[in-house]
Write a protein that binds this ligand. Structure first.
Ligand code: MCA
Ligand code: AMP
Length: 506
């Protein structure tokens, strides 16, 4: 029975007592022990009536068991839908309904709130906590430690990851087995991962970066990962002497640089530091090199495409660039209006094509057509150029998006909530430079009548949205700047408030 992704990532480790996850309690989970538990969970999914192509949504703390649910889904051909632990019940309701998830796995602390959602959709609700206990594991423990692998081909769907849209509604990006496998194979080789690697894994496992890049590469190369529930610079520094590599968002690196214990010696055992998910300031690259003698390798990806470009492992890692298109990825810079390809050095929208590019948005054929061309090129919405040496530079975003600490925030989602509140005529949410998170959302609000109660405004955001999406500041303004066409000029607002969280440069 062949199953493209399972056969490549998991099956080769069956029965092997090689280390897979080093946990912070000092224990190490072997590949074999991990896969035996995954098989038990797979058996439980069978009993619960899940079949290939069904969706399983999971919003739980990071744990080895949560990763075993991913492995079980792959083995059973179930589409895995991991969800950010910060999402509120309101946000979750949409993902659960839209995806038609048959099973939802949540933290026991959220069971009551989520049961109201699953009661409506008919999904079965199970629990899993950060320590690896819950009703899902209870159901799994009586199952055999081996289970049948369900046949799946390269084009079958492996996962849905929801990404927000500029119009507010989130879209489920459908990723196939081949999307995930082809990309991790390329990255493993490009970045030189081998079974000797020990990866510092402090990223969440509900996004591409921590799951499909970090975890899949660790599985594919047969190395191990130091598996941490969250990023904590003290813990990272404790573990670094036995690690070889790390993947992180820029905030990981700025926080490490703020730590006195992060020295050249502390980093001496590491062969590779990788950054992505958000732009890294050239200044951070420079400080990092001055401190450690090593250069961070920056790469560029998207939920819909996995990784597209990377700076080289050997050769010059150029700060302010995201490197070259990866093997198998075609990249072109196009005129935003006409879609015509532009010459080297010119700025336009980045488009990419390759085995890495997703199949489309779940039940949104029109959105898919808007972003995925008939010839297979995906319109990223990022603005960039290819420089004289062939390196890709991202110079801005054609899409209205804020990235805070590696998490995406679509201003429209916040604006819709604010505009609905009493005393608000209209609003514009902008991303403002932030020393820790890179960018933070700020709401500029135009009052109506007596104006809004800002505490109430903030409360409305808190009720509806994950913490990382809450505006860090609300600014009341008589009118929004508009161009002659009447379009709100967010660039002007971003300029006006550029130094809100960062000292002004003189
Ligand atoms: C937590 N908070 C945040 C963020 N994270 N606020 C804004 N932006 C964030 N990213 C909230 C907390 O709830 C808390 O709320 C307050 O901010 C400060 O929390 P703190 O303890 O400082 O945060 P943390 O828990 O240390 O988390 C920061 C973090 C984390 C380590 C940077 O956000 C993180 O792991 N980010 C990685 C995201 C990621 O994996 N992105 C990949 C997406 P309060 O003030 O109430 O206490 S995949 C992707 O983008 C593509 C495909 C790619 O290219 O990789
Ligand atoms: P997501 O939709 O969460 O996958 O976020 C993808 C977006 O993150 C991309 O479209 C880029 O705007 C941004 N991104 C990812 N990596 C980088 C990077 N190295 N530099 C700049 N932006 C990045």
């Amino acid at each position: 029975m062949t199953n493209t992704l399972f056969d490549a990532l998991f099956a080769p480790h069956q029965g092997k007592s090689t280390p897979f996850l080093h946990l912070l309690d000092g224990s190490t989970l072997t590949h074999d022990a991990f896969l035996r538990q995954a098989a038990q969970i797979g058996g439980a999914l069978d009993l619960l009536g899940l079949v290939a192509g069904d969706r399983l949504a999971l919003q739980v703390e990071k744990s080895a068991e949560a990763l075993a649910v991913y492995a079980a889904c792959v083995q059973k051909g179930v589409i895995f839908l991991p969800l950010n632990t910060a999402y509120t019940a309101n946000e979750l309701a949409y993902f659960i309904e839209d995806s038609g998830a048959k099973i939802v796995v949540c933290d026991p602390a959220k069971e009551a709130a989520i049961s109201e959602i699953t009661a409506k959709t008919g999904a079965k609700l199970l629990t899993l906590d950060g320590a690896g206990n819950g009703t899902l594991i209870d159901a799994a423990t009586s199952q055999p430690e081996q289970t049948q692998t369900v046949a799946r081909g390269p084009d079958d769907l492996a996962a849905f990851l929801y990404t927000s849209g500029t119009t507010g509604r989130s879209k489920g990006a459908m990723l196939t087995q081949d999307n995930l496998l082809s990309n991790s194979e390329v990255l493993k080789d490009y970045w030189g991962f081998t079974k000797d690697d020990v990866l510092l894994h402090a990223l969440p496992i509900f996004h591409t970066h921590g799951l499909f890049v970090a975890t899949n590469i660790a599985l594919l190369c047969g190395g191990s990962a130091i598996f941490m529930a969250a990023f904590n610079p003290d813990t990272i520094l404790e573990q670094m002497p036995r690690a070889t590599s790390m993947m992180g968002v820029p905030t990981f690196y700025t926080r490490l640089l703020d730590h006195d214990g992060f020295t050249r010696d502390a980093a001496a055992h590491m062969r590779l530091f990788i950054s992505g998910s958000a732009p890294m300031l050239a200044e951070t690259h420079e400080q990092f090199e001055a401190r450690t003698g090593q250069r961070i390798l920056e790469r560029y990806g998207m939920t819909e495409t996995n990784m597209n470009t990377s700076n080289p492992y050997e050769g010059m890692r150029k700060a302010g660039t995201v490197g070259f298109p990866l093997p198998g990825v075609e990249l072109k810079i196009c005129d935003p209006e006409s879609g015509t390809e532009l010459a080297q050095g010119e700025i336009g929208v980045i488009e990419v094509r390759g085995r890495n590019v997703f199949k489309g948005y779940w039940q949104m054929p029109e959105k898919t057509r808007e972003e995925l061309r008939d010839d297979g090129f995906f319109i990223t919405g990022d603005l960039g150029l290819v420089d004289e040496d062939g390196y890709v530079q991202i110079v801005g975003r054609g899409k209205d998006l804020i990235i805070s600490g590696g998490y995406n925030i679509y201003p429209k989602e916040i604006e819709l909530i604010i505009d609905d509140q009493p005393g608000v005529k209209e609003s514009a949410v902008i991303g403002v430079p932030h020393p820790d998170f890179g960018e933070s959302p700020v709401a500029v609000v135009v009052p109506e009548g007596a104006g809004p109660d800002t505490t109430q405004l903030m409360q409305a955001c808190k009720d509806e949205l994950a913490r990382f999406k809450h505006p860090r500041e609300i600014i009341i303004l008589d009118a929004l700047p508009r161009n002659t066409m009447g379009k709100v000029q967010k660039n002007a607002l971003r300029g006006d408030y550029a130094s809100l969280f960062t000292p002004t440069e003189s």
